[in-house]
Structure formats: structure tokens, C-alpha cells
Design a protein around this ligand. Structure first.
Ligand code: DQA
Length: 143
């Protein structure tokens, strides 16, 4: 079963971007750890990142044909994007939302995520380990 792991804007700069908030691991490190974890769980992963809202919408639309589940860190679009929520609402499988930082401990504008209205689970504040936890949960949800 293929799981799409989707990362939104500015996460391409993970590792150099505010390491005091997001940690020192790069997105390539996260991708490598997810691939290893997925192999243990018997899942395949497709790892993608975009800084563009429409590109993320198109990746979610494509996942309707290709993927059993989606793990998404929508980054700043969490707090703004009805378009990403609408795209996820057309996806039939499990959707898990990951935030590296604890968005509830931060500025008020980060406390609300449009995506959480669709997510089957939300992880925030577990650092990049959140992706591994989401993969484990995805394996249980997909049985
Ligand atoms: C984030 C939190 C968002 O508020 C922020 O805009 C991000 C990353 C996180 O992973 O903690 O870009 O989604």
C-alpha cells in the first residue's frame, strides 16, 4: 500500500529554518527515516514537498488514484487553505495531519487548522518524530 507524505511551504528548508522551533534534521533526513519506517511496516511511501498551494491540491487529487492514505504537514497553508481541505475531502482513505512544532503553544493564528476538520488524527509538537508516529498509526488504520 502506497502512502503519500506531503509537505507544504518552507519545509524544503527544514534543518536551516528556525532550528530552535523545527529542529536540525533536514527534509531529506525525514524522508530517509520515513522510508526505513515504512519498510518495517510493509508500506510504500511517496514523499513530496511543494511551496505552491495549487501543486499540493493537484498532488492530493492524484493520490485518489494511487495512494491508500495521506500524511500531510500543510505548513502555513494549514491556517489558510480551504482549497487543500476541499481536495482532502475528495480523498477516501485515512488522512493524518502532522505539525513538527506544537502549534497550540505558538501564535494564536496557528491554533486553528482548516485541515483538522478532515484529518483522522493530528500530531503536533513531537518534532520530526511525528512523521514516524503518523506512519505507525497509518499502518494500524489500514490494517
Ligand atoms: C508547521 C506549523 C505551521 O504553523 C508553520 O506555518 C509551518 C510548519 C509545523 O510543522 O510545525 O510551516 O506546520
Amino acid at each position: 500500500k502506497l502512502i503519500l507524505i506531503l509537505n507544504g511551504p518552507n519545509l524544503n528548508l527544514l534543518g536551516t529554518r528556525q532550528p530552535e522551533v523545527y529542529g536540525g534534521d533536514t527534509l531529506a533526513d525525514v524522508e530517509r527515516d520515513c522510508a526505513a519506517q515504512a519498510a518495517e511496516l510493509g508500506l510504500d511511501v511517496q514523499f513530496q514537498q511543494s511551496n505552491h498551494e495549487g501543486a499540493l491540491v493537484e498532488m492530493i487529487q492524484e493520490a485518489r488514484e494511487t495512494s491508500a492514505g495521506i500524511i500531510i504537514n500543510p505548513a502555513a497553508y494549514s491556517h489558510t487553505s480551504v482549497a487543500i481541505l476541499d481536495a482532502l475531502n475528495m480523498f477516501d482513505g485515512p488522512v493524518l495531519e502532522v505539525h513538527i512544532s506544537n502549534i497550540h503553544k505558538r501564535e494564536a493564528f496557528r491554533h486553528h487548522s482548516y485541515i483538522s476538520a478532515r484529518a483522522d488524527g493530528v500530531i503536533a509538537g513531537f518534532g520530526v518524530e511525528g512523521y514516524q508516529l503518523a506512519l505507525r498509526r497509518m499502518a494500524s488504520l489500514l490494517g
